[in-house]
Design a protein around this ligand. Sequence first.
Ligand SMILES: *[C@@H]1O[C@H](CO)[C@@H](O)[C@H](O)[C@H]1NC(C)=O
Ligand SMILES: *[C@@H]1O[C@H](CO)[C@@H](O)[C@H](O)[C@H]1NC(C)=O
Length: 290
Amino acid sequence: MAARVLPLLLVVVVAAAMARAPTAHAWGKEGHYMVCKIAEGFLTKEAATAVKELLPGWAGGELAETCSWADTERFRYRWSSPLHFADTPGDCQFNYARDCHNTNGEKDMCVVGAINNYTNALEDSSSPYDPTESLMFLAHFVGDVHQPLHCGHVKDLGGNTIIVHWYTRKSNLHHVWDVNVIETALKEFYNEDVSTMIKAIKMNITDEWSTEEKQWETCRSRTKTCADKYAEESAKLACKAYEGVEQESTLEDDYFFAALPVVQKRIAQGGVRLAAILNRIFSGNKVQSS
Ligand SMILES: *[C@@H]1O[C@H](CO)[C@@H](O)[C@H](O)[C@H]1NC(C)=O
Ligand SMILES: *[C@@H]1O[C@H](CO)[C@@H](O)[C@H](O)[C@H]1NC(C)=O
């Protein structure tokens, strides 16, 4: 496999060095775009209309265009920075009471708390929060909670301090999961075309994963969202993602081919669940629980 993948990657590395890839802080732009694009396809008519009305003008009527907004606001809204993730001590579990806080110990300041926060804000017409911002935050954070390394380990900042080589390029474990796996997949399998990758994932949702898909949407929790469950899944997947990875590890085909199916499924789940949350919020049937 390496022989097939490597020459292409060399071209990619040179191109990337010339283009200087932008730094990303969450699923890269592509990951968030795909989650939201998939969600758009699962919205009820009612929810799609409500979402359109809330979108800012610059979105051109497309939720997916706004799904990286929260990353660009991270420095202006410094308080929002811890809302992108929920790291754990490394026991492969997410425990809200233990793990959902910022570095000052402020409760609820993590990605799960944020999903609950913005879901509540959108459901409550008397909420003082800007509903357009609430929608854009919610769409972003539902994506983030599905990225395994956003529920990574506290001690290495969700893999950010684990420096690795992605094939021949310097990266870190967090960035591998945010960006590199998707980038490599786009180059190797999807002709650099995000819409082709989205199509392939959607095909799996209606075919390969059609029976599981209903369960992804199901939310029997008494809390408003099932974000706890999504974080729990990510914390488990994160433990696998760390396996065999050390400082300066070189990650290539073996790692890529193990990670890609996980990444594609998490994007699918993120999209389906974002739609389910928005459908619940805007369907006028807010207590609906499955
Ligand atoms: C809830 O949303 C408001 C408005 O954006 C923000 O100030 C607050 O920090 C958020 N809290 C959580 C836990 O997300
Ligand atoms: C489709 O599903 C199969 C089986 O789960 C998986 O290996 C593959 O990566 C998936 N492809 C996409 C594009 O999601």
